[in-house]
Design a protein around this ligand. Structure first.
Ligand code: SF4
Length: 175
Protein backbone atom coordinates (compact mmCIF):
# COMPACT_ATOMS: atom_id res chain seq x y z
CA UNK A 1 0.00 0.00 0.00
CA UNK A 2 1.54 3.33 -1.10
CA UNK A 3 -0.68 5.83 0.70
CA UNK A 4 -1.35 4.85 4.29
CA UNK A 5 -2.07 7.99 6.28
CA UNK A 6 -2.35 11.79 6.32
CA UNK A 7 -2.90 14.81 8.56
CA UNK A 8 -6.03 16.72 7.63
CA UNK A 9 -6.75 20.46 8.02
CA UNK A 10 -10.22 21.91 7.39
CA UNK A 11 -10.66 25.68 6.99
CA UNK A 12 -12.74 28.42 5.39
CA UNK A 13 -11.13 30.19 2.40
CA UNK A 14 -9.27 33.30 3.61
CA UNK A 15 -10.42 35.35 0.61
CA UNK A 16 -14.02 34.87 1.70
CA UNK A 17 -14.33 33.68 5.33
CA UNK A 18 -18.11 34.16 5.25
CA UNK A 19 -18.46 31.74 2.35
CA UNK A 20 -20.44 28.63 3.22
CA UNK A 21 -18.13 25.98 1.81
CA UNK A 22 -15.03 24.55 3.48
CA UNK A 23 -11.62 23.67 2.11
CA UNK A 24 -9.49 20.72 3.14
CA UNK A 25 -5.77 20.09 2.81
CA UNK A 26 -4.51 16.63 3.74
CA UNK A 27 -0.74 16.46 4.25
CA UNK A 28 0.31 12.97 3.16
CA UNK A 29 2.65 10.88 5.31
CA UNK A 30 3.85 9.05 2.17
CA UNK A 31 5.04 10.59 -1.14
CA UNK A 32 2.63 9.63 -3.96
CA UNK A 33 4.43 11.56 -6.75
CA UNK A 34 5.35 8.46 -8.75
CA UNK A 35 1.75 7.25 -8.74
CA UNK A 36 0.29 10.45 -10.25
CA UNK A 37 0.71 9.61 -13.99
CA UNK A 38 -0.96 6.24 -13.29
CA UNK A 39 -3.73 7.88 -11.28
CA UNK A 40 -4.26 10.42 -14.09
CA UNK A 41 -4.47 7.64 -16.70
CA UNK A 42 -6.79 5.62 -14.46
CA UNK A 43 -9.27 8.38 -13.52
CA UNK A 44 -8.86 10.99 -16.28
CA UNK A 45 -7.51 14.22 -14.79
CA UNK A 46 -8.97 17.67 -15.47
CA UNK A 47 -5.46 19.19 -15.56
CA UNK A 48 -1.94 17.86 -15.02
CA UNK A 49 1.15 19.75 -13.90
CA UNK A 50 4.52 18.04 -14.28
CA UNK A 51 6.91 20.10 -12.13
CA UNK A 52 6.17 19.62 -9.31
CA UNK A 53 3.74 16.84 -10.23
CA UNK A 54 0.07 17.45 -9.47
CA UNK A 55 -3.17 16.25 -10.99
CA UNK A 56 -6.55 17.97 -10.60
CA UNK A 57 -9.87 16.14 -10.83
CA UNK A 58 -13.40 17.46 -10.99
CA UNK A 59 -15.69 15.43 -8.78
CA UNK A 60 -19.36 16.43 -8.39
CA UNK A 61 -18.43 19.94 -9.52
CA UNK A 62 -15.64 20.44 -6.97
CA UNK A 63 -11.92 20.54 -7.67
CA UNK A 64 -9.58 18.06 -6.04
CA UNK A 65 -5.83 18.36 -6.57
CA UNK A 66 -3.47 15.55 -5.66
CA UNK A 67 0.11 16.78 -5.18
CA UNK A 68 3.00 14.45 -4.36
CA UNK A 69 2.78 15.41 -0.67
CA UNK A 70 -0.78 16.70 -0.16
CA UNK A 71 -4.37 16.64 -1.36
CA UNK A 72 -6.44 19.85 -1.65
CA UNK A 73 -10.24 19.77 -1.88
CA UNK A 74 -12.58 22.76 -2.28
CA UNK A 75 -16.34 23.34 -1.88
CA UNK A 76 -16.99 20.94 1.00
CA UNK A 77 -20.17 21.05 3.07
CA UNK A 78 -18.63 19.43 6.15
CA UNK A 79 -15.70 17.38 7.48
CA UNK A 80 -17.46 14.04 6.84
CA UNK A 81 -17.50 14.84 3.12
CA UNK A 82 -13.73 15.48 3.21
CA UNK A 83 -13.19 12.10 4.92
CA UNK A 84 -15.30 10.32 2.30
CA UNK A 85 -13.34 11.90 -0.57
CA UNK A 86 -9.97 11.20 1.08
CA UNK A 87 -10.90 7.53 1.63
CA UNK A 88 -11.98 7.25 -2.00
CA UNK A 89 -8.74 8.86 -3.22
CA UNK A 90 -6.66 6.59 -1.02
CA UNK A 91 -8.33 3.56 -2.66
CA UNK A 92 -7.83 5.00 -6.17
CA UNK A 93 -4.18 6.04 -5.62
CA UNK A 94 -3.31 2.64 -4.15
CA UNK A 95 -5.20 0.82 -6.87
CA UNK A 96 -3.45 2.81 -9.64
CA UNK A 97 -0.04 2.17 -8.03
CA UNK A 98 -0.62 -1.54 -7.34
CA UNK A 99 -1.94 -2.06 -10.88
CA UNK A 100 0.74 0.10 -12.59
CA UNK A 101 2.02 -2.84 -14.67
CA UNK A 102 -1.34 -2.76 -16.49
CA UNK A 103 -1.76 1.03 -16.78
CA UNK A 104 -0.04 3.21 -19.37
CA UNK A 105 1.11 6.26 -17.36
CA UNK A 106 -0.09 9.55 -18.82
CA UNK A 107 0.18 13.30 -18.21
CA UNK A 108 -2.50 14.09 -20.80
CA UNK A 109 -5.79 15.50 -19.57
CA UNK A 110 -9.33 14.40 -20.21
CA UNK A 111 -11.53 16.72 -22.34
CA UNK A 112 -12.60 19.81 -20.38
CA UNK A 113 -15.90 21.76 -20.42
CA UNK A 114 -15.81 24.96 -22.47
CA UNK A 115 -16.93 28.39 -21.15
CA UNK A 116 -18.70 29.26 -24.41
CA UNK A 117 -20.71 26.02 -24.29
CA UNK A 118 -21.77 26.92 -20.73
CA UNK A 119 -22.58 30.48 -21.81
CA UNK A 120 -24.95 29.18 -24.47
CA UNK A 121 -26.91 27.34 -21.76
CA UNK A 122 -27.29 30.44 -19.55
CA UNK A 123 -30.45 32.55 -19.86
CA UNK A 124 -29.28 36.14 -19.79
CA UNK A 125 -26.16 36.63 -21.83
CA UNK A 126 -25.98 40.33 -20.98
CA UNK A 127 -25.67 39.43 -17.29
CA UNK A 128 -28.21 40.29 -14.59
CA UNK A 129 -25.79 39.84 -11.67
CA UNK A 130 -28.18 37.83 -9.49
CA UNK A 131 -25.55 35.12 -9.07
CA UNK A 132 -23.12 37.67 -7.61
CA UNK A 133 -20.98 37.69 -10.75
CA UNK A 134 -20.87 40.70 -13.08
CA UNK A 135 -21.60 38.78 -16.30
CA UNK A 136 -22.71 35.37 -17.50
CA UNK A 137 -19.26 34.92 -19.06
CA UNK A 138 -17.60 35.29 -15.65
CA UNK A 139 -20.09 32.74 -14.29
CA UNK A 140 -19.38 30.38 -17.23
CA UNK A 141 -15.62 30.67 -16.64
CA UNK A 142 -16.09 29.81 -12.96
CA UNK A 143 -18.45 26.94 -13.86
CA UNK A 144 -15.84 25.17 -16.01
CA UNK A 145 -13.37 25.51 -13.14
CA UNK A 146 -15.86 23.85 -10.81
CA UNK A 147 -16.23 26.94 -8.58
CA UNK A 148 -19.97 27.34 -9.33
CA UNK A 149 -22.67 25.01 -10.62
CA UNK A 150 -26.07 25.18 -12.29
CA UNK A 151 -27.84 25.75 -8.97
CA UNK A 152 -25.89 29.01 -8.48
CA UNK A 153 -27.72 30.79 -11.33
CA UNK A 154 -31.19 31.72 -10.02
CA UNK A 155 -32.31 32.74 -13.53
CA UNK A 156 -32.15 29.20 -14.92
CA UNK A 157 -35.47 27.48 -15.60
CA UNK A 158 -35.60 23.84 -14.42
CA UNK A 159 -35.12 22.45 -17.92
CA UNK A 160 -32.13 24.68 -18.65
CA UNK A 161 -30.67 23.88 -15.21
CA UNK A 162 -30.91 20.19 -16.02
CA UNK A 163 -29.18 20.76 -19.38
CA UNK A 164 -26.33 22.66 -17.70
CA UNK A 165 -25.98 20.01 -14.96
CA UNK A 166 -25.88 17.32 -17.63
CA UNK A 167 -23.22 19.16 -19.64
CA UNK A 168 -20.97 19.83 -16.63
CA UNK A 169 -21.60 16.30 -15.33
CA UNK A 170 -20.08 14.81 -18.48
CA UNK A 171 -16.69 16.11 -17.32
CA UNK A 172 -17.02 15.25 -13.67
CA UNK A 173 -15.96 12.08 -11.88
CA UNK A 174 -18.08 10.12 -9.44
CA UNK A 175 -16.90 8.15 -6.46
S1 SF4 B 1 -27.64 34.95 -12.44
FE1 SF4 B 1 -27.44 33.65 -14.27
S2 SF4 B 1 -28.22 34.93 -15.93
FE2 SF4 B 1 -27.73 36.31 -14.23
S3 SF4 B 1 -25.58 36.97 -14.56
FE3 SF4 B 1 -25.53 35.17 -13.24
S4 SF4 B 1 -25.24 33.47 -14.65
FE4 SF4 B 1 -25.99 35.20 -15.88
Amino acid sequence: MLLKSWQKRIFRPECNPGFESLHCVAHLDQDVGQALPYLNAHLGGHSYQTDPPAVTFKVHGRLITVHHDRIAINSLSDEAQADKILDWLQREINHAWDDRANIEPSTRCAPAPQPLAVLKLLPNKAGCGRCGRPTCLVFATLAVQGAVGASDCPELEPEARQALEKYLGEFSLDW
